[in-house]
Design a protein around this ligand. Structure first.
Ligand code: ADP
Ligand code: ZN
Length: 751
């Protein structure tokens, strides 16, 4: 008889056996969705595998599959294999892993198209409403919806109900008050627009010698399907023509009759990026990004599934595109931490790409100007191939980078009797003015949004700091709105005018944010046209594109922003990039803070001088002699690698060992502590002697949304046995239902 192993959409981490009735013999395969009897009712499930057995020896009486969902697509078997691997390795349930393989839009036959979506209305109205009703019970639901929409672009009524229990009457009341509005993007209209865009076809460029060498190696890797090493790292400075190498490598894969996947970080998945691939490959390209409607996503998925599209480009989840004859996976900006998914399955798309390559016998090409330590380590050890592009493709020189010492600037200002401001040093002001006179453009970068990092009482004997009541972090202060927002849970609150503890009548701000930079820049560079881009100003679907398009057309002189503007933008008229304070990320007690600062500074600097005009970068810092900043200024990645890896090797951190983080969270702190300690003690018995296990302690974000958080870590090279033990303890043993436990395998950072 034929038996199918089926998983259902409950996170049970269990496969159930079902009999395949004769009538369904030809239609039940791995990957199809079936309806099965389950308990007293029936459920939908996914077939993982099919076995022929003589007799069934399981504990249960076998029930038979009821029917096959004929109109639902079938997951390719190799993808299912990848899913199983992910469930094991990333310690999530099989159901969660398989769910990640198939986009929700494709899984749900029902579409949420045509359903209205809601977004925040005029921000000042929402702020006023919260100011007037803060703390009132009668307005709690309405405020909850506003706070939710403050974090999400737009939501349907169902989603609003699901996340904050607010029904249609609350939505209607908010609409009547014009606090929210029906989202203006009409998916059908968007689709029509998108199809209208015609992209002029474009021909491959003649490769530079460095590109040619890389291409030769990559093509050889594509050709030699049986060779041992089929992953390569393309390490090329910003503007060195990595994208051109991707394009020509993909063309080669297509010649071999193979297909390709291109992963880019969500933030770089701009129309500009897509256009470059569209220009080369036309309709062979399918695009998967987060702003697609369900119908569009299904349409793109179908194009890939049916083989009409041979190349898929998209963010993290595009890795699971159901390609046939996969030949090449490109992971651009492979170092980006957005490739790590924050919810289960907590996978790293870069690492899973390498595994998918192995399962499908496809080549994998990782590209970056600032590779992750992990990938560079693998390249140096011969596990990956390595190609380097040291020169910019159009031979525009790399920008000249200058460091300005903020401490010195402050001292000078004081001795000159000036009112001290360390936002803009005289060097930066002069440089900006020069560029403005030449009608060139400037980017000013600071990786912190809002006006200030916190709002506090200036009185020496008062301890007041405005803090979210549910989270262990100060509120971000927004001056023009006179509001406070929580960076962790999105809570909004009116900013107090005086100190609520000691009644002092002025409060002081600490830590500068982009809003403050914008305010000062308007004062200092009076006539310049200035815009700010961060997650506060960029609400709504198109605001991003509109601002960038204005900047591109030269209708703006200065663009101020957070990391949103650090990546991938290519504006030939930008000749100056100013980093307001390079230190903000350095003092965080995290093993990756050096790496992140180095990457960010290098990426930001790469925005200058992309055209034929010479570019300049000014980095303001209180620590000009800091090693990380020095290496970033010298744009010397190998030296940085030597420096940072020496520290990591001593501590057993990646790339020298894996890092597993075990988290527990719950409303009752002592329960959280007790559960994590027990699990930790049990798991420790399975640790290889070389593994370092660090006892549970409050997590860096010790409380979010009223839940206490604890973390324990395990790091080392030989973690397989402890990983397996942890997986079992977390997924299959029963602890307290009031405590959530989860594992973050290869954690990027502890949070
Ligand atoms: P990266 O992806 O490394 O940042 P890009 O691929 O965006 O670099 O290339 C930077 C610029 O150089 C682009 O404008 C691109 O069109 C151009 N370019 C790339 N390769 C060549 C080449 N071989 N000949 C001429 N121009 C090139
Ligand atoms: Zn909060």
């Amino acid at each position: 008889m034929l038996i199918a192993q089926v998983i259902v959409e409950l996170s049970l981490d269990r496969k159930f056996d079902y009999l395949i009735p004769d009538a369904l013999k030809d239609s039940v395969h791995p990957g199809v969705r079936v309806i099965i009897p389950f308990g007293k009712s029936s459920r939908e499930g996914c077939v993982l595998s099919v076995q022929q057995v003589d007799s069934y020896t399981g504990n249960f009486t076998l029930k038979a599959i009821i029917s096959v969902k004929s109109n639902s697509p079938q997951l390719p078997e190799k993808l299912l294999q990848l899913g199983s691997w992910m469930a094991d390795y990333y310690c999530c349930s099989y159901e969660q892993a398989v769910k990640a393989l198939l986009p929700g839009a494709v899984r749900r036959s029902r579409s949420n198209n045509g359903k209205r979506r809601y977004t925040l209305g005029e921000q000042s109205l929402a702020d006023d409403f919260i100011r007037q009703n803060d703390g009132k019970k009668s307005a709690a639901k309405r405020i909850a919806v506003l706070q939710l929409l403050n974090q999400q672009d737009d939501l349907t009524a169902d989603e609003i109900e699901l996340y904050c229990g607010a029904g249609s009457s609350v939505v209607k009341a908010l609409l009547d008050l014009q606090l929210i509005k029906v989202s203006s993007i009409d998916p059908a209209k968007l689709r029509r627009q998108r199809h209208k865009v015609t992209v002029a076809p474009d021909k491959p460029r003649k490769p530079t010698p460095e590109q040619a060498a890389a291409l030769q190696g990559i093509c050889a890797m594509l050709d030699a399907a049986d060779s041992e090493v089929r992953t390569g790292l393309l390490f090329g400075v910003t503007g060195s023509g990595k994208t051109e190498v991707y394009l020509q490598s993909i063309a080669h894969a297509l010649e071999l009759g193979k297909s390709a996947i291109v992963l880019v970080p969500e933030i770089s998945l701009t129309p500009q990026t897509v256009r470059r691939f569209r220009a080369r490959f036309g309709d062979l390209l399918a695009v998967l990004h987060s702003r697609l409607s369900d119908a569009e996503r299904r349409e793109e998925w179908q194009k890939i599934y049916s083989g009409t599209a041979r190349i898929a480009i998209g963010a993290r989840s595009a890795l699971f595109a159901p390609m046939h004859d996969l030949g090449l996976i490109v992971v651009d900006e492979e170092h980006e931490n957005s490739y790590k998914q924050a919810e289960a399955p907590r996978y790293s798309a870069r690492d899973v790409a390498v595994m998918r390559g192995r399962i499908e016998n496809a080549a994998v090409l990782l590209g970056s100007a600032t590779p992750s330590l992990e990938s560079y380590y693998n390249a140096l050890n011969g596990k990956y191939k390595l190609w380097t592009l040291e020169h910019r493709a159009e031979d525009s020189p790399l920008p000249e980078v200058k460091v300005v010492d903020l401490a010195l600037a402050k001292a000078n200002a004081i001795s000159n009797g000036e009112k001290t401001s360390t936002l803009f040093t005289p060097e930066l002001i002069t440089a900006v003015r020069e560029r403005l006179n030449l009608h060139e453009q400037v980017i000013l970068f600071l990786n912190r949004r809002g006006f200030a990092r916190e709002l506090a009482c200036p009185e020496a004997d008062c301890t007041f700091v405005a803090e979210c009541p549910d989270c262990s972090k100060p509120y971000i202060y927004h001056k023009s709105r006179q509001m406070l927002t929580c960076g962790l849970c999105g809570r909004l609150a009116p900013a107090p005018a005086r100190c609520p503890l000691c009644n002092a009548d002025v409060l002081k701000t600490r830590g500068v944010g982009t809003e403050r930079i914008e305010e000062s820049a308007k004062r200092v560079f009076g006539s310049a046209r200035i815009a700010r881009m961060d997650s506060d100003t960029m609400r709504g679907a198109d605001s991003h594109e509109i601002t960038l398009e204005k900047f591109r057309r030269g209708e703006l002189d200065i663009l101020i922003g957070t990391q949103m503007i650090a990546k991938g933008l290519d504006f030939p008229n930008v000749t100056l990039v100013g980093v307001i304070n390079a230190d903000s990320g350095l003092n965080i007690p995290d093993v990756r803070s050096s790496e992140r600062t180095f990457q960010l500074l290098t990426q930001v600097a790469g925005r200058a001088g992309r055209g034929d005009k010479h570019g300049q970068v000014i980095i303001q810092t209180f620590s000009p002699y800091n090693d990380v900043i020095r290496y970033a200024v010298a744009q010397d990645f190998p030296a940085f690698y030597e420096y940072d890896s020496a520290v990591r090797q001593i501590l057993n951190y990646p790339p020298f060992g894996h890092l597993i983080a075990l988290y527990a969270r719950g409303e009752n702190e002592s329960e959280v502590q007790e559960v994590i300690q027990t699990v930790f003690d049990r798991a420790k018995q399975y640790c290889h002697e070389s593994v370092i296990a660090v006892d549970p302690a409050p997590a860096p974000l010790a409380r979010i949304k009223g839940k206490y958080r604890y973390v324990a870590t395990f790091r080392g090279e030989k973690i397989t046995s402890v990983r397996k033990a942890l997986r079992h303890l977390v997924l299959h043993e029963i602890w307290k239902s009031s405590v959530d436990l989860y594992l973050d395998m290869d954690a990027q950072t502890l949070s």
